[in-house]
Design a protein around this ligand. Sequence first.
Ligand code: NAG
Ligand code: NAG
Length: 430
Amino acid sequence: MTAIRFVGSALFLTAFLAVCAHSQADYGVDCSFPIHSKEFNCGNLLGDRKQIYEDFMEGCRKRYSTRASRCDSTEDDRIEMSLRQPQSMVNYTETGFKKIRAPNSVMDLLNAHWKRNRDGLYDREEIWPAGSIYVNHWESPTYMSAVEDTNTRGGGYALKKAVWDAVKPVVEAWTGMEQKPISMYGIRAYTEGAILSPHVDRLPLVSSCIINVDQDVDEDWPLEVYDRHDRAVNITMQPGDLVLYESGSLMHGRPFPLKGRFYANIFIHFEPTGRKLGDTSLEYLDELDDILPPYLLAGSPESDNWARKNPHGWSKPLPSAPIQQITSPEGHRAAAIGDLARLSKLAQTNRRALHAKDENGWQPLHEAVRADNKEAVELLIKHGANKDARVGKKGEGASALNLALDFLSVGADTVNYLMSIGAQNIEPDL
Ligand SMILES: *[C@@H]1O[C@H](CO)[C@@H](O)[C@H](O)[C@H]1NC(C)=O
Ligand SMILES: *[C@@H]1O[C@H](CO)[C@@H](O)[C@H](O)[C@H]1NC(C)=O
């Protein structure tokens, strides 16, 4: 009798351990996907991840055929950032991530927008820069319902501002810091088989959140993050869940292919201003570094890199300024994503939008250059953009070719094109 009971509980225990092993494997970096190096660390713990990765890279190279090397250089860049950036960042929270329910006010706005635009969604495939390896878009396209896009129904500045206003206090409360809205594209729908490479976000995307708006999945599609001890953690999200994460320092991705029809989420990014929440004095301004933003550690590997790319230093946000102009420059966005149809249309209906300057003196031309959308650059030049236009509030910054050389690699299409039309390489004034 005792023996039987023992066997019974042993079986139960084995089954129990097997379930645990399946749902909460304990592993570190370079197991599910390359994070610090391309050498996989965990044998077969997660199946043949090496093969999945090789197919992923091969898919990119095939898609970009003559520009296949871009896939490898952006991939190397991703891994370098994963090594360099997390250790260089000031963290504002203990864990780096937290799942909560999104405020109803936010969900009402997003649900309404999603419902209005869902039907036409598949007409709006997202355009990724050539060789981008963040999503396997060559195999599983993504679709974008932009919140600032006045062409999607109900989109536009008012919606964008309403979402900012509703989410900002949540991010501020979590980080304990005053935050400045930086970017929010729209609702991105991933499709069957999608993989999002683990990465940290490019600065100034520092304090961020993801909201699951809607999904049609056969299985939860986990967001994989790495905790402070570099151990993997899966976070699953249902519609209405909001994950706060320190996106500049916390590795995050979705390395396991999406099983289902679609997964729709929105990313909302903020930058800490350096002022603690509730601080009413202006003393924090004196404590800010002359060059570095408050979230970068002086002397860290990323600080050099940052200072090189931002020769004018960090521009301190004005104290208690109203939310910075979050204009929705249509031309800028179209240029950044290489939306040629939109640009051509603007050329007929709103030429000014094609050459408008944003608060930092960037024109759509510069956005197109940074994203290496050569066709968009060509189109803008054809419609009168000045090939030597410089960024900066007073035009004191880099010229288009100088930006291209800074952001892109030598041999990039846009670099070649700008050189072929005799664009000048003008450095920013010091
Ligand atoms: C995350 O989910 C994947 C896919 O279900 C699973 O294989 C992996 O073991 C999980 N990882 C962790 C850390 O739980
Ligand atoms: C911030 O978090 C990242 C990721 O968890 C970690 O690698 C880094 O060391 C942390 N920074 C500091 C200053 O502790």
